[in-house]
Structure formats: C-alpha cells, structure tokens
Design a protein around this ligand. Structure first.
Ligand code: GLN
Length: 493
C-alpha cells in the first residue's frame, strides 16, 4: 500500500473503509512528519496532537460500527484564521496571540460533523494580508520546494502559505484556506498543489477572522482536484449565521470532476497576456489550451477589458474593508491589551504593539480612501470599476462555459526577494484578484515546472455557483499535465 502520508483524501478514505489502515495510524504518521519537519518549515503555528489522536480514535470507532461520514479519519490542517473552540486562533497576529475562541467557525464545524481530524492550526500572513507568508507574527513559512541546484529558502506564497506548505510536504492530506485576492490559488500554485476559491456566498464566513468581508471566501487546498472537490462539499452550505451565505444546494462536486470537457467552450482572455510576462508562463498557458482541446473542449478568445484596473481596485476595496473590520481589535474585549493612562491611550498602545507593518499599511490606506474628501475619488470610484469588472465576466458567460488563465505571473521566489517593495508583492495577485472582485469561483491546478524545477499553476474561472464545470475543467488539466513532481522537503514515506 502507498505510504500513509502519500495518500490522497479519496485514497485514504478507501483505505480506511477497507481497514487497510486505521485512522490512528494515519494521524500518527502525519504527526510524526510534523514533528520532524515543522521546526524547519513552520507551516503550523499550533499542533493539536492530543486532540487529533482523540478524534482519530473516535473515527476508528465510527468506522468499526459502519458509521463513516465523508471525512471520517481524514487528517487536515486548519488555517489559523478559522475559530476553533478551545484552540488558540491567532490570525498570525500578536493582537490575537492569546485568543482562544469559545465557539467554532461554521467551516470547521462542518468538517468536524463529517468526521475530519484536525492536526493543528496552519501559519499564514498576518490577518491574511500578504503573498509570501513573511508578515506572520510567528515567523515565515518555508516552501518545501527548492530550485534545482540551489538551496535558498523560497516562500510558499500567501496568505495560506502554511496550509499549502503543510499539504505539499505531506504534513496533512488537505487543509482549509481563505482567499480575499488570491490567498488560496497563489500558494497552491507556488507549492505544486490544487486549491479552489468558491463562489462568494458558497461557504459561510461565520467564525472566520474577517479581512475584507465582500471579498473573503474560504476554500480547500489539497494534492488533487478531486480532493479539493471532496473537501469543498463538506465546507459548503447555507448558514443563517452569515448574512451573505447563499441558500443554494450543494451539488456533488467530486462527481463533477469526472464529467469531462467535451463540447465546453473555454475562454482565453487576451488581457491576461501581460507585457513582460515570462515566456514559460505563456508556454504553460498554451499547453493548457492544447490539453483541453485534446479532451474535446473548444478554446475561444475573449476580452475582459477592465482587467488592467483590477489590482488597483482591489488595493482600495480590500484595505478599506480591512480598516473597518480591524477596528474591533482595541484591547478591551479580547486579544492583546496594553494598559494606558486613559481609554485612547489603551487603544493606541494596544494597536501599536499588536499590529505588524503590513497590517498598519492597510489600515492607513483603508482609512485614507474612506475619509471625507477622498471617499468619492477612491472608494466610490473603485466600487464603480468593480462593477465593470464583474460586468466583463457576465458578458463573457454568454460566449464561454469557463475561462483559462495562468495562476501566477511567476514561480515561488526567494524569502529575501520583494520584501521591501510592497507594490512588487501586490503584483503576485494580478491574475487572481478579478475572481474575488466579481465573486466567481477560481481553481488553481498544478500544471508544470519552470526551468528551475519549481511548480507553476493554471487557473480555471467559472460562472457563479458553477464550481462543477470548474472542477471538470480542472480535472481535465490535471490529466493533461500528469503532474507527478514532488517537493524535496517532505515527510518520509
Ligand atoms: N495577496 C493579497 C493581499 O495581500 C491577497 C490576500 C488574500 O487573498 N487573503 O491582500
């Protein structure tokens, strides 16, 4: 049998059902890997070994009674942005460094309902703001991949870098993640795994620490498209506790993976061909088009004319919402508290001690674009452009069933690169932010290696609430790419 940590979620489920492996053995194998590699990779902020073993024992008992649920005994990493009852939830910020939630996020409650085992809380950029995991107050995460002939530490992407690194390094079978502008898809691409940001409203935001509420969506990362589909099925569903949760049925996403792409029209947006884009990104995109054509789909050139405004629009809307959401961290009710002479002093000391540089930058930009005199020039204008970006997609759906683009403009970069240039860092999101602004689903699929042996991803965008087609296209790309490369740093098989 395949080594426990090398299994897919679908494979582990079958092995558990046949009792070829126990849930306790599966969990122990992952905990052993975490013990060996987490000191180096820093993918987990908190490891909940005892709780994981308890959950695994309960899973074995359920399996023995023939009462297995969709995720019984499947060990997962949980991004440390999801509130977990009794387990520290930090958002990778000092300001929540000691916060132990008394309640469970809907996403994690759904996964527990379906029998999952939680190995621990995965590292991220502070409050999910970043593209390299460097802004975590608990130290950066190292990408388990290396450039050929070069031992330099690379970033795993962000903000869900801990989730992606843990899954790539075989320290979890899958993980939860969140995506406000690319934080599921970019780290998935950098770590050679798959990840989907579903349609806005598909997954409840209740109990997930908010960054930018109109853009935030949770989704899974895993090593195969089908595994992402299995996890998304459990995470999804209407939740009366989230006013933006959509009351729509949750289809069988895993079944949709096998649908094939025969007759589907795949949009190729010309605006995603950026000046100065590396030739290997363009080559991979062409390769993706060829794979889909071979599988029976028809590529169609389309135009999404407002694409060039997406990044500046995002970097107005996201900080504006962040500055409002983060106003609640004042040291009074929960989290860090730095006492001061009076209330204002307490606020100032607490927030100065609690927030890192990138979070402060966002709060300052957000407060500025919302302030009287600038609101119309920046925030309102950005809202109007956002509507135009969404309209571009609405018009495209008249002509195509899904859209194919590169996932990122480059492979993973060095830990010491781009860190002193916030604008260079923001450019990482150039292909991903449009999906958040328009509220549509986006899936990143590992599709090839760059000239230095690092993974590159392709992105599939779909119609609102049509994740099924996105999964079908993603699965066809996965079959075309036959991506079998593995990172050099991973749990021993
Ligand atoms: N990298 C983007 C940012 O820094 C996106 C982050 C995210 O999706 N959470 O805002």
């Amino acid at each position: 049998m395949t080594a426990a940590t090398e299994l897919t979620i679908a494979g582990a489920r079958a092995a558990l059902a046949k009792r070829e492996i126990s849930a306790v053995e599966l969990t122990e194998a992952h905990l052993k890997g975490i013990e060996a590699l987490n000191p180096r990779l820093n993918a987990y902020i908190t490891v909940t070994a005892e709780q994981a073993l308890e959950q695994a024992k309960a899973a074995d008992a359920a399996l023995a009674k023939g009462e297995a649920k969709p995720l019984t005994g499947i060990p997962l990493a949980i991004k440390d942005l999801f509130c977990t009852t009794g387990v520290k939830t930090t958002a990778a910020s000092k300001i929540l460094g000691n916060f132990v939630p008394p309640y469970e996020s809907t996403v994690t409650a759904n996964l527990l309902r379906d029998g999952a085992v939680f190995l621990g809380k995965a590292n991220l950029d502070e409050f999910a703001m970043g593209s390299s995991n460097a802004t975590s107050a608990f130290g950066g995460v190292e990408n388990p991949w290396k450039r050929q002939g070069d031992n330099a530490a690379l970033v795993p992407g962000g903000s869900s870098g801990g989730s992606a690194a843990a899954v790539a390094a075989r320290l979890a079978l899958g993980a939860t993640a969140t995506d406000t502008g690319g934080s599921i898809r970019q780290p998935a691409a950098f770590c050679g795994i798959a990840g989907i940001k579903p349609t806005y409203g598909r997954v409840s935001r209740f109990g997930t620490v908010a960054f930018a509420s109109s853009l935030d969506q949770a989704g899974p990362v895993a090593r195969t498209v089908e595994d992402c589909a299995i996890l998304l099925g459990s995470m999804s569903g209407f939740d009366p506790k989230d006013s933006t949760s959509a009351d729509v049925a949750v289809p069988d996403f895993a079944a949709a993976c096998a649908r094939g792409v025969k007759g589907l029209r795949i949009g190729i947006p010309k605006e995603y061909r950026l000046p100065g884009m590396p030739a290997e990104i363009e080559a991979l995109w062409q390769q993706g088009i060829a794979w889909l054509k071979e599988a029976g789909a028809e590529p169609v050139e389309i135009s999404l004319p407002h694409t060039q405004y997406a990044l500046p629009t995002y970097y107005i809307v996201a900080p504006a919402e962040a500055s409002s959401n983060l106003a609640r961290y004042d040291g009074v009710r929960f989290g860090l508290r730095e006492n001061g002479g009076d209330l204002k002093d307490l606020y100032e000391r607490t927030r100065r001690a609690g927030f890192g540089d990138e979070v402060r930058r966002r709060i300052l930009i957000g407060t500025y674009v919302l302030s009287a005199g600038y609101y119309d020039a920046y925030y309102l204008k950005a809202q109007k452009v956002r509507a135009l970006i969404k309209r571009d997609f609405d018009e495209a759906w008249g002509k195509v069933d899904a859209i194919l683009t590169p996932a990122t403009p480059s492979a993973a970069f060095g830990r010491d690169e781009k860190q002193d240039d916030p604008v260079a860092m923001y450019l990482n999101d150039v292909f991903t932010v449009t999906a958040n602004l328009a509220g549509i689903p986006g899936l990143s699929v590992p599709a090839g290696l760059d000239t230095r042996g690092l993974p590159l991803g392709l992105q599939v965008l779909g119609k609102p609430f049509d994740e099924e087609t996105v999964f079908a296209v993603g699965r066809a790309l996965e079959q075309g790419a036959n991506f079998t490369a593995t990172p050099s740093v991973r749990a021993a098989a």
